[in-house]
Design a protein around this ligand. Sequence first.
Ligand SMILES: Cc1cn([C@H]2C[C@H](O)[C@@H](COP(=O)(O)OP(=O)(O)O[C@H]3O[C@H](C)C(=O)[C@H](O)[C@H]3O)O2)c(=O)[nH]c1=O
Length: 185
Amino acid sequence: MIEVKGTALPDVKIIRMKKFADLRGHFVETYNRQAFAAAGIEEEFVQDNLSLSIKAGTVRGLHFQIAPYAQAKLIRVVRGCILDVALDLRRSSSTYGQHVLIELSGDDSHQILIPIGFAHGFCTLEPNTEVHYKVTAPYSADHDRGLAWDDPALGIAWPVNAQQAVLSDKDTKNPLFSELPPYFS
Ligand SMILES: Cc1cn([C@H]2C[C@H](O)[C@@H](COP(=O)(O)OP(=O)(O)O[C@H]3O[C@H](C)C(=O)[C@H](O)[C@H]3O)O2)c(=O)[nH]c1=O
């Protein structure tokens, strides 16, 4: 039912759920607490989010929440396609400052699990892309933080540049990686 694979950042996992296809279409269990726990995924999710990005080239991120509202995230694409980015902000991690860039599509049944201590963002590759994700702590605007998505120091191979990207006003003003306080040990 569930296949869990590692990525270049060991704590970031790719999860694939079994897709039951038939003449009508298909069925996928997108989350099953017991199956996830049996696969070693113990995160307890408390909130589901859904974002629709109308244009391809929409960039949301890089975002994270700080303690006591830090979030792990389980992310999937319902419709469309994204390049998803997870960036390690844990100061003591051997992969601190490193990221993974993973394509997620509504056509596959892949999901990405991003633990606490990572910044998250994505760029849409198709119009009308819907991203659905579960988080392990509720939203707290006071604990919501951002990081400049296009900081050259991060070396993220985004498919758009700052002139092409569709961004919230907030995401045009995020601090650079070098300016971040040590939020995660
Ligand atoms: C995240 C969130 C937002 N909101 C409200 C706050 C704003 O009025 C509005 C849009 O929020 P924001 O511009 O922060 O949405 P995104 O840019 O999609 O942010 C998300 O995008 C990246 C990729 C993430 O990983 C985070 O989950 C989250 O930061 O929804 C809520 O009411 N609850 C929430 O959980």
